[in-house]
Write a protein of this length. Sequence first.
Length: 388
Amino acid sequence: MQVLVVAPQPFYEERGTPIAVRQMCQTLVTLGHTVDLLTYHVGQDVDLPGITHIRIRSLGWITSVPIGFSMKKIVCDLFVATKLRQLLRLKQYDVVHAVEEAVFPARWLTRNTSTRVVYDMDSLLSDQLANANRLFALGAPSLRAAENWAIRQSDLVVAVCDALADAALAQKQADRVFLLPDTPLETDQQPTEEQLRTYLAKDEALCLYVGNLERYQGVQRLIEALPLLDSETRAHVLIIGGNDGDIADTRALIDSLGCKHRVTLLGPRPVQQLQSYLEQADILLSPRLTGGNTPMKIYSYMAAGKPILATRISSHTQVLDSTSSELVNTDAAAMASGLTRLVHDDQLRSTLAANAKQKVEAEYSLSRFKERLAAIYDRLAALRVAGG
């Protein structure tokens, strides 16, 4: 089929959604589909064999678009809608695969055509906006109504995790909702010469967090847990990720708590070297406080064969359980207790790591991703034949 993937993000950037979009497009090509990809004008140029990458026109005053809601994103989304309208007039697509908010112009512009629309649901947009802005919070019922309209009007909904699939199933029949979880990152993995243990004392456990430093990630809460560790718990937390401002704020928190001897901020590292860093860790950390969608990094954590400390929230528990991770509550005391257990119990660490690795290989491998995506597009093909 002729597929137009509309991804309203910078592309390519080394973060969750662009990584997932790249993998999906590449998998669609291997399944025999013809793929065009429409994105923002900003982002790195990367090799995309078999994929035609189309950007909106350059907007000189917008040289970057941050994660989350912003005026820059609104402007870029308007230009995405304009470019989408142009592409739909120039070419007859069988499917528009619309990522996140792209579903709204995609469904409206194809309403009187035979083009099918797939809503690639990576988050609850209404919750994202309500959490980002008080004004949006007041309009939450209207935002949720608009989101429900998009779910109902789409031919198929593809959800990245169980929580999102459940939200879609409340609005749509079960045979039109599909689960398509992420997989461990496998893109252009490169070893690193950086040895993380050089930041630690010889007898300390290397506890690694990878990701941004936004409040919802819980890194600040994790740091608040470190002064609660006793002197017998020899653990050192290394943090990879964050922008300059967030790193400065986090460093100030570390200084105020007097725990510089327990934590080191390393800043960003290339995503291609992620596996190499994970393999050096003794314990992997995901102290996230809120959210329904599972972070992509969790699958890479599981594949690394290392024990995971994660908070007991739906973002984690729809993939992890007590047999494959050390699940703790989101308060600092619970994080400190969980970390203490892992540091002192070699057998527990070994068991959790082995179970997580076995689970990700069985349920979240690239081959399972391909099978799931093939089933989704087989269903689309059946709908086209049936005219339903």
